[in-house]
Write a protein that binds this ligand. Structure first.
Ligand code: HEM
Length: 119
């Protein structure tokens, strides 16, 4: 059997770095940083790591909001969504994640777009 996406992203340690870099990238991205002005970075990093783990077949359980509830009434634009995806791809590249795994992660995030953009 082939390794789970969780394993191929580097397991708990690899995912924790990807999640941390992703939040750092959001906080530094002028297109979306204002959205996170009142956010606690440590808490966001933990939620992001659990979200990645649960979504990729890992042991950590994401117990946060579903994506529609988390983004409802924010009226997030397509430009903001693309900026967040760019941050995601940069975080994956920074950890040396391969193209096949990047494509899998990108697809998962793309399927969530209707629950995030314009809701
Ligand atoms: C497919 C893309 C996205 C995914 C998978 C995603 C995932 C998440 C998750 C897991 C949470 C935590 C929910 C909770 O607190 O229980 C969250 C919160 C949040 N998201 Fe997203 N998100 C996406 C796109 C975006 C975009 C494009 C923006 C705006 C630019 C955004 C802004 C926020 C904000 C402001 C929060 C609350 C942060 C806080 O806890 O203070 N998200 N998102």
């Amino acid at each position: 059997m082939s390794a789970t996406l969780f394993d191929r992203l580097g397991g708990t340690k690899g995912i924790s770095k990807i999640a941390s870099d992703l939040v750092d990238n959001h906080m530094a991205n002028p297109l979306i940083s204002s959205r996170f002005a009142g956010s606690d970075a440590a808490s966001m990093k933990k939620k992001a790591a659990d979200f990645f783990s649960t979504g990729s077949g890992g042991p950590q359980v994401y117990d946060g909001k579903d994506m529609l509830s988390a983004h409802k009434h924010m009226n997030i634009s397509d430009n903001e969504y693309m900026a967040a995806v760019d941050d995601l791809m940069a975080a994956l590249s920074n950890s040396g994640v391969g193209d096949a795994e990047k494509a899998e992660v990108l697809y998962i995030f793309y399927t969530l777009r209707p629950e995030v953009v314009g809701v």
